[in-house]
Design a protein around this ligand. Structure first.
Ligand code: FAD
Length: 490
């Protein structure tokens, strides 16, 4: 595990002592406090370490509030006593934002997990921030709705974490950003003030839309305790097709055609390269036959999903589309799922890619966005660059380098597995990928956020006056800097 070498602990923050602990015991029940003065203890390890095992902090205290009022008391106390805190949701974030850097107090939201209200007419759901995304989706499904966000970590990530990272996910193409579907938030500010702004109105133009500030703020401005979200109608019919293609140019042609032929029902358009298949076959599904059998793998695969209200109508559209692709030689082969079991299996080949690559060694992940025609060029250029330096290959520094992502959103995930835990390796790839993205007018983070992993690179995507204003807002809302220090700005 890499300890970020850039920092010194900020001397403004107090170290935790018995008086602090005693105070927290007055706010929370004993079983809602995990304390061990040995921060390296096994019990604390899952909270001190990020999902990708890249960053580790040394906090000795995790608090599990159940009520907004408890979050408020905790934050007020931490602010008054200059104790730094890290809000933590499902800890599936990919930028190291949810784990402490030093000894920050971890405020874990997993016990704030009640669904407060579901409006069966409008589909608007109000939930505690710690509700797991999949649980929220399953709750609204009982009334025929769905959460407009879906991602591989849905069984662990929280809706509050999703909001705080402004997560994008697999259906962004159809349902758009949380900046649109989140209608209101309840947020506790560092001084303990509860901003109750849980609107369940679709339209509300009464002054500044402050909730937008907290969407994607990565826990640096306050703790999100409640979320009001508009959930769309759950589709009656979902269809999936997987196609094999020879080039990234063909993927773009297939995407354009999908927009023409499937516009009203298209809900996802994902792609991955052939190396991703190897990763999932070797590490996640050994012995399982890939659904498209061919002598040798195609260069690329794309997975399309349609969601509509009439199965026969949607299937006919998808079939016409696929026939067109095969006849025009854009796609080389394809399969359509026949039932829910097969649908899940097809999605699994996409969803298991990020976890699969972590099994080769410490993995580094990127989520850049740029103009769609340029997306895969970055992977090609990176492979050529690191091969030339003799750093890429089975027994080299970067064991594997793969590319996959959300075509429709112009969002590429480039991931590398390394052969050792070495911050220099991460830094070298960071520098390459972020400079490339910046030179090509892309964003260094399409959906994962800055966290700690990209702090030196914020200015690759944002101009200085923009960063200055962000910092002024941070100072105004969190003058003591206790909220998730060292993240976003460093
Ligand atoms: P955490 O990881 O716990 O926290 C993330 C950040 O939000 C941290 O900075 C934390 O301090 C802050 N935070 C958490 N909860 C709160 C709160 N209540 N109030 C204030 N701040 C808070 N992301 C995508 O966007 N798209 C994908 O397709 C996608 N796929 C993924 C697939 C896998 C297998 C994995 C492991 C991750 C994936 N992610 C994806 C990343 C991750 O799941 C998302 O960023 C998710 O939104 C994080 O939610 P979380 O509850 O785990 O938050």
């Amino acid at each position: 595990v890499t300890k970020h070498p850039k920092f010194q602990r900020d001397a403004r923050f107090q170290a935790l002592n018995d008086t602090h602990l005693k105070y927290f015991q007055t706010v929370l029940e004993d079983n809602a406090i995990k304390y061990d003065k040995d921060s390296e203890s096994e019990e604390l390890a899952p909270y001190n370490t990020d999902w990708f095992n890249l960053y580790r902090g040394s906090s000795s205290l995790v608090l599990f509030p159940k009520e907004t009022s408890q979050v408020s008391s905790i934050l007020k106390y931490c602010n008054d006593n200059h104790l730094a805190v890290v809000p933590q949701g499902g800890n599936t974030g990919v930028s190291g934002g949810a784990t402490p850097v030093f000894d920050e107090v971890i405020i874990n939201m997993s016990r704030m997990n009640r669904i407060r209200k579901i409006d069966t007419v409008s589909g608007i759901a109000v939930a505690d921030a710690g509700v797991i995304l999949e649980s929220l989706d399953s709750a609204v499904s009982k009334n025929g709705y769905m959460v407009p966000l879906d991602l591989g970590a849905k069984g662990s990530c929280h809706i509050g974490g999703n909001v705080s990272t402004n997560a994008g996910g697999l259906r962004y193409l159809r349902y758009g950003s949380l900046h649109g579907s989140v209608l209101g938030l309840e947020v506790v500010l560092p001084d303990g003030t509860i901003l109750e702004n849980l609107s369940t109105l679709r339209k509300d133009n009464t002054g500044y839309d402050l909730k937008q500030l907290f969407i994607g703020a990565e826990g640096t401005l306050g703790i999100v305790t409640g979320v009001s979200i508009l959930t769309p109608q759950r589709a009656k019919s979902t269809n999936i097709a997987l196609i094999g293609l020879n080039s990234f140019e063909d993927i773009q042609k297939a995407f354009i055609q999908a927009k023409i032929d499937l516009s009203d029902i298209l809900s996802a358009f994902e792609f991955w390269d052939k190396d991703c298949i190897e990763v999932v076959s070797e590490k996640m599904m050994p012995g399982v036959q890939f659904p498209i059998a061919s002598e040798k793998p195609y260069e690329f695969y794309a997975l399309l999903e349609t969601q509509g209200s009439r199965r026969e109508h949607d299937e006919a559209k998808l079939e016409t589309y696929l026939t067109k692709l095969l006849e025009s030689n854009v796609a080389q082969d394809g399969v359509v799922s026949q039932d829910i079991k097969q649908t899940k299996q097809l999605w699994a080949w996409r969803e298991m890619i990020p976890e699969g690559i972590t099994k080769y060694g410490p993995a580094i992940t990127y989520d850049v966005s740029m103009d769609i025609p340029l997306l895969y060029k970055l992977v090609r250029d990176a492979r050529a660059h690191f091969s030339e330096k003799n750093m890429l290959g089975a027994d080299k520094d970067y064991v594997k380098l793969i590319g996959f992502g959300h075509v429709g959103d112009g969002n590429l995930h480039i991931m590398a597995a390394t052969n050792r835990n070495d911050y220099k390796l991460q830094k070298e790839l960071d520098e390459y990928v972020y400079s490339w993205a910046s030179k090509n007018r892309g964003s260094i983070s399409a959906e994962h956020g800055i966290g700690i992993s990209k702090i030196q690179y914020l200015n690759y995507s944002k101009k200085q006056p923009v960063i200055d204003l962000m910092q002024r807002l941070k100072k105004q809302i969190d003058p003591n800097g206790i909220m998730n220090p060292y993240k976003i700005f460093g």
